[in-house]
Ligand binder design. Structure first.
Ligand code: ATP
Length: 254
């Protein structure tokens, strides 16, 4: 199936990307393209290889073979920090938050760790006006300005996930790799996160790994379906919904 037409060169692309763990090919020969102003969702059953794919794109795992390009440059051998400095941001399934610190401090540390002088990480906020400004902007965009001075520990589950996205935004990424941002959320929190994703679409290329199918079909412009490390189908939500292989293997009612 042909991916939906998108204008211009992809911001991030993978070509024949493969990652083996011993005999298991967790990601096998995957090619995909992420475009600016688009949410590209990756769905698949447990163990399909979605998190491994994100780790390969973010640089947390080296590829066994294949290439990754950012804005036309081959970044396959770049470390994770170098990719992050070039504009690749990611959020995690696991909690990456310093619970005793305030929301603002968490965002500021994230901005500061990304700056050219990360050794200034533990300096007071007053001495890092640039990072503080970026933290405030990220909190504002993620809808967390009202809880800026609260300890992260006091946030609801949904707000913690919003904080993870805000921490990612504080690094000023162009590409957002989001690993299950809706996990464990109730309907209201999910709606808030979906509104945030829709807002972030403009100005970013977003890869969204998510189990919540209603959410995926509501926000994604392109969906790639993975099974056992391979791409089963890729296309617009309508194309994927109608694909008989996808229906048989995965989607059921959707
Ligand atoms: N470090 C590792 N060592 C060995 N096998 C691994 C490792 N990481 C992942 N795997 C295996 O690779 C396969 C893909 O795992 P991955 O976590 O990428 O799947 P997933 O689609 O993200 O699953 P889930 O939806 O449950 O998060 C699984 O069979 C998993 O057990």
């Amino acid at each position: 199936m042909t991916p939906p037409a998108s204008h211009g060169r992809p911001l991030l692309s993978a070509h024949a990307l493969t990652r083996r763990f011993g005999a298991l090919a967790a990601v096998a020969d995957i090619s995909l393209a992420l475009h600016l102003d688009q949410i590209h969702a990756v769905i698949g059953t447990n163990g399909a290889g979605k998190s491994t794919l994100i780790n390969l794109l973010s640089g947390e795992l080296p590829a066994s073979s294949g290439t990754v390009q950012l804005d036309g440059r081959d970044i396959t051998r770049w470390s994770q920090p170098r990719r992050a400095r070039a504009g690749l941001g990611r959020s995690y399934q696991r909690n990456n938050i310093f619970l005793p610190l305030s929301v603002r401090e968490n965002c500021r540390l994230s901005a500061q760790s990304h700056a050219q002088q990360p050794w200034r990480l533990w300096e007071s906020a007053r001495r890092c006006p640039h990072s503080t400004r970026r933290a405030d902007e990220a909190m504002e965009r993620a809808g967390l300005a009202v809880v800026a001075n609260q300890p992260a520990a006091s946030l609801s589950h949904g707000q913690k996930r919003q904080l993870e996205v805000a921490m990612c935004l504080a690094t000023q990424p162009r590409v957002l790799l989001l690993d299950e941002p809706l996990a464990g959320m109730g309907p209201e929190e999910s709606e808030r996160m979906l509104a945030l994703l829709r807002e972030l679409r403009r100005g970013h290329a977003i890869l969204l790994v998510e189990h919540d199918m209603d959410a995926v079909f509501a926000v994604a412009g392109c969906i790639t379906v993975m099974v056992n490390g391979c791409v089963l189908a890729s296309g617009t939500p309508d194309e994927v919904r109608r694909n008989p292989d996808v229906q048989a293997a995965y989607l059921g009612e959707h």
